[in-house]
Design a protein. Structure first.
Length: 106
């Protein structure tokens, strides 16, 4: 995987044939869509490998962002090591989203 992901923002919408989709409204590009495959299930299509990597990294990015937000909440008091661990988690999530080598936590 590699390349550039589709720039945001992304919104939930529909394709021209009414499948549920993630779309980039500024460019009109469909990022991903789900379509019924004859009634037996759903087919997910992601057009760009970089978009797929970003979607797969979303839970890691949310976890890292929540952790970092906790550190910068007014009145929080954390030592340098805890902040470094939170930043390392954020770096790893960003690397996963961008399909780079994963940064290991120390």
């Amino acid at each position: 995987m590699g390349g550039q992901h589709t720039p945001g923002p992304w919104e939930i919408g529909q394709t021209s044939t009414y499948e549920e989709a993630l779309v980039a409204p500024k460019s009109g590009r469909t990022v991903a869509y789900a379509a019924w495959d004859g009634g037996s299930g759903c087919h997910l299509a992601i057009e760009n490998d970089a978009d797929a990597q970003l979607i797969a990294a979303a839970p890691d990015l949310l976890e890292a962002l929540n952790w970092l937000r906790e550190f910068w909440r007014p009145g929080s008091n954390h030592d340098t090591r805890e902040v470094e661990d939170a930043l390392a988690t954020a770096d790893a999530a960003i690397a996963k989203a961008l399909s780079l080598a994963t940064v290991e936590r120390k």
